[in-house]
Design a protein around this ligand. Structure first.
Ligand SMILES: *[C@@H]1O[C@H](CO)[C@@H](O)[C@H](O)[C@H]1NC(C)=O
Length: 281
C-alpha cells in the first residue's frame, strides 16, 4: 500500500485515483492547471523511478525504462573482479554497478529513500519472486534467505534462473510457481537491505553542480540515521504540497494515500509527515 501510495502521489493523478504503469498516457489526465507538469507515469524519472537499479539504466545514462539484457546477464553471472568474497549475486552486482553510476552519472541522486529501493530490490528479487516451499524451515538451516541463486537444480523455496527469467524477460508468472508462504513485510525488506549493504556500506548522497558526490546530511534530512529518513526523502520534498489543498472526495483520496505511507512508518515511531514539494513546470 505504501509503495502504491507513493507511486500515485508522485507520478499519478491522486485526485482521480489513476496512474499509468508505463509512460505518459492520455487516459491519465494531468492535475488541474498542470501544477505538476505532466504526471509522466511510473517510468518518469525522479519521484518514483530512480537511479541505480538492477536491470535499467540511470535516466542520465540512457533509456531508463528499457530492460537491459546485458545488465541482467551480469546480475546472473559471477564477476571475477569481486569474486571470492562469498557474497550473493545481487550483492556482488550492486557492488559492480554503484561505482559505475558514481563515476558516469553527473545527475546521480541516491538519497536515502532511493538507496533503500536500490538495495531493497535485491530482497524483492530473491525473497518475493522465489517459489513457495512446502518444507517447514529446518532449525539447522544456516543459509540466509538471500543465499545465491541456485543455478541448475530448482529447489522449493528458492528462486531459479528460469523463474527469474519468466518474471524479468517474459513478464509472466512462471509455470507451476506458487507465491511465498508468508507475507513479505517491510521488516523483511529492511533485513534484505541490511544484509546486502552491511558488508560493503555505501552512503546516500547526490551529485552537486560540479558533479561531485555529496553525502546526504542532517540539514537535508533531519531523520538521517533512522528508518524515518526513508519516509522523509521519498515523501516530504518529493510530493507536491499543493495536493493537500483539496476538498471533499478528493481530500478523502489524498488522505488515503497519505495514510498509506504513514501506516508503514507509524509502527517504527515516525511522525506523520506531509508533502512539501514545489509545483513543477
Ligand atoms: C513451487 O512450489 C509448489 C508448492 O510447494 C510446488 O508444488 C511446485 O512444484 C513448485 N514449483 C517448482 C517449479 O518448483
Amino acid at each position: 500500500m505504501a509503495v502504491s501510495s507513493l507511486a500515485v502521489l508522485g507520478r499519478g493523478n491522486a485526485l482521480l485515483d489513476k496512474i499509468s504503469i508505463g509512460g505518459e498516457d492520455r487516459l491519465i489526465p494531468p492535475l488541474p492547471g498542470k501544477i505538476d507538469g505532466t504526471r509522466g507515469g511510473l517510468s518518469k524519472h525522479g519521484k518514483f523511478e530512480g537511479d541505480i537499479s538492477m536491470t535499467r539504466l540511470d535516466a542520465a545514462l540512457g533509456d531508463l525504462a528499457a530492460f537491459q539484457f546485458e545488465m541482467y546477464k551480469n546480475l546472473l553471472t559471477p564477476t571475477s573482479t569481486i569474486s571470492g568474497m562469498g557474497i550473493s549475486s545481487p550483492q556482488r552486482f550492486l557492488l559492480s554497478i554503484v561505482p559505475t553510476s558514481m563515476e558516469h552519472n553527473p545527475l546521480l541522486n541516491w538519497h536515502v529513500g532511493r538507496l533503500g529501493f536500490s538495495y531493497g530490490e535485491a530482497g524483492f528479487i530473491l525473497e518475493l519472486l522465489r517459489n513457495c516451499t512446502s518444507l517447514p524451515p529446518s532449525p539447522s538451516h544456516s543459509s540466509h534467505p538471500l543465499s545465491p541463486l541456485t543455478p541448475t537444480q530448482p529447489k522449493p523455496g528458492h528462486l531459479t534462473r528460469s523463474d527469474m527469467s519468466s518474471f524479468f524477460i517474459d513478464e509472466c508468472f512462471p509455470p507451476n510457481w506458487w507465491r511465498r508462504e508468508s507475507p513479505f513485510e517491510f521488516s523483511d525488506i529492511r533485513d534484505a537491505v541490511d544484509y546486502v549493504q552491511d558488508p560493503y556500506p555505501v552512503f546516500p548522497g547526490r551529485k552537486d553542480a560540479d558533479g561531485v558526490y555529496v553525502l546526504e546530511t542532517r540539514e537535508m534530512n533531519s531523520f538521517l540515521g533512522s528508518v524515518c529518513a526513508i519516509y522523509y526523502d521519498l515523501f516530504v520534498p518529493n510530493i507536491l504540497a499543493v495536493l493537500l489543498k483539496t476538498k471533499d472526495q478528493r481530500k478523502k483520496n489524498m488522505n488515503k494515500y497519505l495514510d498509506g505511507m504513514f501506516n508503514l512508518f507509524e509502527p517504527l515511531d515516525c511522525p506523520h509527515m506531509f508533502p512539501e514539494g514545489p509545483a513543477e513546470a
